[in-house]
Design a protein around this ligand. Structure first.
Ligand SMILES: Cc1cc2nc3c(=O)[nH]c(=O)nc-3n(C[C@H](O)[C@H](O)[C@H](O)COP(=O)(O)OP(=O)(O)OC[C@H]3O[C@@H](n4cnc5c(N)ncnc54)[C@H](O)[C@@H]3O)c2cc1C
Length: 464
């Protein structure tokens, strides 16, 4: 992760001098003219993908935009690191491009090469036994579990229950329940005992059947190349603590008591932050308070802790064609991110959400690695357990201005919940970000972009 100063220095280095200067010059000239054109100043709270995309579009349309970002970074839940555990660049947060026909896929494709990384082959470890994909696929237990997984996106009506209740009702065989759990939790952003099956079926759970891709350059570099022109409008280390929309202009105050005034404001902070009471640390006070319907919508949605664990191992204990391993344990799935056959070193990663993330959050990094070693010793073998030579854990739930992974519907939520969260107030105070997505794309980068586009459309329509 890097500071804004480094970040801007790096853009200058990453983009050829002539194109960077050209972009800046053309954007300066254009925005001067356009400021006259719209005469409106728009404040955007949060420099995650939705904030960046909204600012980029608005700037092109001639608005004067300013992004207030609490942290010293840009990208929010998209964070890349140049060299992780000496295995090259890695994504500490979002890592995959989901689906084909969406803006994020097109943006990354325009800057980089995308490789289909849908995982077709895994190695499975159950009670000390190793199973290849072929062996698992031919077992009736696995087939029944896989069929239930594929059917999940169809469970979009009827009486609601948790995904766990559904798994039990549909009699997914106990032996392979951990695979069902790992595959669903990765898209739910929480554990199966917390999420509604009906309301998440067309959202997170639908992604089980989608294609996924990986970029050959870091997402951070994609952001720089795509949104470089708006970086000068970002004010980092500026934690917004209150938004007063009672008067003609909207007054935004930061933690250092600096007040800024805008015609319109777009709030893109994560749901977890929006949910915090204004009297508590990191909460935002709205004056007047947000409508009851919006507060209820926030209650219906969850955004839980998550951790991303990176392990460097010096033994390959899975079959060559596998892109992931499943282990019948608390941390059920590891992806094989990088292989360096010449040094015999491999980089693996696991993302844990919900209940297990809460447990791991109370442990130190060393305790977590010891737990993995213990589980691997039991479920795989001693060689695997001893192969872990380096590690890094990212606690997303403990990131002050993020506090979780991504949003999901709790049981009791309803189809209108996200619409309510997304609804602007008085056509001046707008909400964007993954949790506001009403097109079944919550919890994703492209879903967050969609909300930014819709907000910009509403602002432009109002201006016209
Ligand atoms: C571990 C993990 C893995 C993921 N994997 C994928 C994946 O592979 N593919 C995918 O498509 N999606 C993935 N996602 C989801 C994806 O990252 C998010 O949906 C998307 O990045 C959210 O963008 P956003 O703009 O809505 O919010 P954010 O990126 O969270 O941006 C909000 C910004 O608001 C700032 N902020 C918070 N409070 C304040 C305040 N008071 N004042 C000012 N600023 C504030 C934050 O610092 C942050 O920068 C993953 C997420 C996580 C955590």
């Amino acid at each position: 992760m890097q500071s804004r100063r480094n970040f801007i220095r790096n853009i200058a280095m990453a983009i050829p001098a002539y194109s960077f200067a050209g972009v800046l010059l053309s954007s300066c000239g254009k925005s001067d003219i356009d400021k006259l054109k719209t005469g409106k100043k728009i404040g955007i709270i949060g420099a995650g993908i939705s904030g960046l995309h909204a600012a980029w579009m608005l700037q092109k349309e001639g608005y004067d935009v300013e992004i207030l970002e609490a942290s010293d970074k840009v990208g929010g839940r998209i964070q890349s690191i140049g060299n992780l555990l000496n295995m090259g660049s890695s994504e500490l947060g979002a890592a995959k491009v989901y689906g084909q026909n969406n803006d994020w896929n097109q943006i990354v494709r325009s800057q980089a090469t995308l490789q289909n990384s849908s995982q077709n082959s895994s190695t499975y470890f159950i009670d000390g036994q190793e199973y290849s994909q072929t062996m698992m696929s031919s077992s009736t237990d696995y087939q029944s579990m896989d069929q239930r997984l594929k059917q999940l996106s169809g469970v979009n009506s009827g009486s609601d229950m948790t995904v766990e209740n559904y798994m039990e009702t549909m009699q997914v065989p106990e032996r392979v329940q951990f695979i069902f759990k790992s595959k669903t939790e990765q898209f739910l952003g929480t554990s199966i005992d917390r999420a509604s099956v009906v309301l998440n079926s067309l959202e997170g759970l639908e992604k089980i059947n989608q294609e996924e891709y990986q970029s050959n350059i870091s997402f951070e570099e994609v952001l720089m190349r795509q949104y470089g022109t708006i970086y000068p409008t970002i004010v980092n280390n500026t934690q917004v603590i209150s938004i007063d929309y009672s008067g003609d202009k909207i007054k935004v105050v930061d933690a250092l008591q600096v007040e800024r005034v805008y015609d319109q404001v777009i709030v893109t902070v994560p749901l977890s932050i929006l949910k915090i009471k204004s009297s508590q640390a990191y909460g935002i006070a709205f004056k007047p308070s947000l409508p009851e319907s919006k507060i209820k919508a926030m209650d219906m949605l969850g955004m839980d802790s998550s951790l991303k664990i990176f392990l460097k191992v010096n033994k390959k204990f899975w079959s060559s064609e596998s892109s992931s391993i499943y282990v019948n344990s608390k941390i059920g799935k590891f992806e094989i991110l990088k292989s360096n056959a010449s040094s015999g070193q491999y980089l693996l990663s696991a993302t844990i959400h919900g209940e297990n993330a809460d447990i791991l959050n109370n442990m130190s990094e060393t305790e977590i690695i010891d737990l993995i070693k213990e589980e691997w010793k039991e479920q795989i073998n001693e060689t695997a357990s001893k192969s872990i030579i380096e590690h890094k854990v990212i606690f997303w739930g403990k990131e002050k201005f993020i506090q979780g992974s991504f949003s999901y519907h709790k049981v009791g939520s309803h189809a209108e919940t996200r619409t309510e969260l997304f609804r602007p107030i008085e056509d001046r105070l707008y909400f964007a970000g993954e949790a506001c997505n009403t097109k079944n794309n919550s919890g994703t980068i492209h879903g967050a972009i969609e909300t930014a586009k819709e907000v910009v459309k509403s602002i432009s329509k109002k201006q016209a």
